[in-house]
Design a protein around this ligand. Structure first.
Ligand code: WT7
Length: 687
């Protein structure tokens, strides 16, 4: 490897050029360096190789700036040029997009490609087959057990999708109906999503780690025509009886007046036999008995760009989960484009994203984004450390994965990983040392890292590196994607410029933005557009450095991010207080070595109840049962009373400090109704 000096390759590119009509500033790219796999500790810049950059879709900062500038100055032109590469039965209207993000100016409304008629399933499958890729592998599936696998070409995938689409149509599922999918990472999961999209049904995937209670809540909210599930799944050595969970939810929902017509159940043989599965005749149908008999051809339901594609429930800081609604056209163009650029996708790539389709990452970057690009996608049913911690790298080697996208919580062993080209990271801030480990060890100091910042609500990447385009800084998500205008505002909602830190908002709309919350447009407006009028508020804190790089600092609201799963403190609290012996609960996030953030719960008990190990266990259990195992508190802290203001508001700021043992940073506690509570809690923390 040649050792090039920094100055040899240092070029100064324009800094901060202002765009016309107050559209905002373009990112400041000051020092731009092209070196050869050269990691520079002093200035904390990491360069991609000259060779990588030359072949990249965006080979230089200048190219990025040129494209970014156009995307901001002429969003309609920029996005309609890209959209024209996809299939539209009818082109969108005169106006490419319309937007109102300002609640003070009436209802918030975002539309892209309105009037355009298309189908995302058609664009994922038929279109790629027509262009000659029918025999290319669309999905490689790796089972929980290392010797269980399978794959489908684009043609085979289309046939499977059509069969299921026909079954659903025959069973009364119509355009606009909702379908709940409660499946683990089997090929049947993306198949079901695509089948819904094909017939214009709206899918709502519920992560198959949610409890019966959570599933019930979602069934009651969106009233699905059918539920698609499987009997069981093996995660590592554990067998999870999913059908039992679905049965509990379905019988409860029918007692509450919502009866779901059919429950299509896939027999996941390697986890559980048919005979051992709970069954309700008349309602339950075995997938393998009916779907393979359906025709492998199914006409597409052509839909408007603004027709809903899916809803996905996500946790907020208060109340029940919100049904985030994404529509078809803008989401399609946005996920396809972000996938292509953020991973520098090339036809020969093999792509693996470790996320589950139960989360937005699995929607945008396991299913739609990659398939729209005609990519080969690896799906993995199991857990990263089964049968041992080398499993992920075994899978990388087995399928010769070139693009690997994951949350920053994995282990590494002896495997070669020679195939890797680009690494992706998502879900939580990645600290510089974890970044360097990912870069040096996993990627052999050769693979650029795309630290992608985005959210369920944004549909796709918002702030992300473009591999090869500019040097990276470990731990920074770098610059905005095309068409995205991130702004940092202070408490008063005033935009701050240059080097700064504050609340991360977005100005103007982008095609992948969510359009509403299911049946609750008012909550959409108050949660996201009222805090800082005129902007979409992300709920994240962010700082910008002197080169214009963005550094995400975590949630500023009461949302916790556990291993990249978003959990609302309010939900965990309401589960805890449903325990008959728990009087009050306050939940905060704390730093966790493996999960990013852990869940720390303060509980007060009903008068006279003593705190015990048994009680602790049953409190944890109540959360597992009501939400799911992934939301189980890591720590329960018994509190005789909680620190409150004189008006009775719990002071979470103080609880966070106690939970993270930052006792010298408690701040002013004089406004508390009873300051002695704090000392009591500190004493109990160590006992
Ligand atoms: C929240 C969104 C979007 C995919 C997975 C989670 C955090 C996401 C990053 C990142 C720092 C990140 C934010 C955000 N987050 N990506 N690269 N760096 N933080 O989706 O459940 O909607 O959660 O995840 O806090 O608000 P989600």
């Amino acid at each position: 490897r040649k050792n090039l000096s920094t100055t040899d390759h240092l070029r100064h590119v324009e800094s901060m050029s202002t765009l016309p009509s107050g559209a905002g500033k373009i990112p400041k790219l000051n020092a731009v360096i092209l070196g050869e796999s050269l990691a520079s500790e002093e200035d904390d810049l990491v360069f991609s190789s000259h060779d990588f950059s030359q072949k990249a879709h965006v080979p230089s900062p200048e190219k990025y700036l040129e494209m970014y500038k156009r995307s901001i100055e002429d969003p309609g032109g920029f996005w309609s040029d890209i959209a024209s590469e996809f299939y539209w039965k009818e082109k969108w209207g005169e106006q490419v997009y319309s937007e109102n993000l300002d609640v003070t100016k009436g209802n918030v409304k975002i539309e892209w490609f309105k009037g355009g008629i298309t189908n995302i399933c058609y664009n994922c499958l038929d279109k790629n087959i027509e262009s000659g890729n029918g025999d290319k592998v669309a999905l490689h599936w790796e089972g929980n057990e290392p010797d269980v696998d399978g794959s489908l070409t684009y043609t085979q995938l289309l046939e499977r999708v059509c069969q299921l689409a026909n079954f659903m149509k025959e069973n009364g599922v119509r355009k606009g109906d909702t379908v709940i999918i409660y499946l683990p990472m089997l090929m049947e999961l993306p198949i079901t999503m695509l089948a819904c999209a094909r017939i214009g049904a709206v899918h709502s995937v519920v992560f198959a780690g949610y409890s019966a209670e959570s599933l019930l809540q979602r069934i009651m909210d969106c009233k699905p025509k059918i539920v698609v599930t499987c009997n069981a799944v093996k995660r590592g050595k554990k067998v999870l009886n999913l059908k039992e969970i679905v049965d509990a939810a379905l019988s409860e929902s029918s007692q509450n007046g919502i009866s779901v017509g059919s429950c299509l159940t896939y027999e996941n043989e390697s986890a559980m036999k048919k005979e051992d599965t709970n069954w309700q005749n008349g309602r339950d149908i075995w997938w393998q008995d009916v779907v393979p008999k359906c025709s492998t051809m199914c006409d597409v339901a052509w839909v408007d760009a603004e027709d809903p594609l899916f809803l996905l429930y996500t946790s907020g800081s208060t109340g029940k989960p919100k049904g985030v609604v994404h529509t078809t056209g803008g989401y399609m163009i946005y996920t396809a484009t972000t996938f292509k650029y953020a991973f520098d996708y090339k036809e020969s790539d093999i792509y693996w994203c470790t996320a589950d389709c139960g989360w937005i990452t699995g929607h945008s970057y396991v299913t739609y984004g990659p398939l729209l690009n005609g990519a080969t996608v690896v799906l993995y049913e199991g857990v990263p450390n089964y049968p041992d911690s080398g499993r992920c790298w075994e899978i990388v080697d087995k399928y010769k994965v070139t693009l690997f996208y994951t949350a920053p919580t994995l282990y590494v062993t002896r495997y070669s990983r020679k195939s890797l080209r680009v690494l992706g990271s998502v879900g939580e801030p990645i600290n510089p040392s974890a970044w360097r480990w990912f870069f040096n060890v996993v990627g052999d100091s050769r693979c650029p890292i795309s630290d992608t910042w985005w959210q369920t609500e944004t549909g796709g990447f918002m702030i992300t590196p473009l591999p090869g385009a500019w040097p990276q800084k470990p731990g920074s998500a770098t610059y905005p994607f095309f068409g995205v205008r991130p702004v940092i505002v202070d408490e008063k909602g005033k935009e701050i410029e240059g080097e700064c830190s504050g609340y991360l908002c977005v100005k103007k709309s982008w095609p992948g933005a969510f359009r509403t919350l299911y049946k609750d447009h008012e909550r959409y407006e108050t949660t996201y557009f009222s805090a800082f009028p005129g902007y979409y508020f992300s709920g994240d804190g962010c700082s910008r450095d002197k080169h214009g790089y963005h550094w995400l600092t975590g949630r500023v609201d009461d949302v916790i991010n556990v291993s990249g799963h978003r959990i609302g403190t309010a939900e965990v609290e309401s589960a805890l207080v449903s325990h008959p012996q728990c009087a009050e609960a306050a939940v905060v996030g704390v730093e966790h070595e493996v999960k990013g953030q852990g869940i720390y719960a303060f509980v007060t008990l009903v008068d006279g109840v003593p705190y015990s190990e048994d009680l602790r266990e049953s409190l944890v259990l109540v959360v597992r049962n009501q939400i799911g195992a992934f939301a189980a508190p890591d720590r329960i802290h018994w509190a005789p009373s909680l620190p409150k203001t004189r008006s009775g508001k719990i002071m979470r700021r103080i609880l966070r400090k106690i939970a993270s043992r930052q006792l010298d940073e408690l701040g002013d506690i004089s406004t508390l109704a009873d300051p002695s509570v704090v000392h009591q809690l500190i004493t109990l923390a160590d006992s």
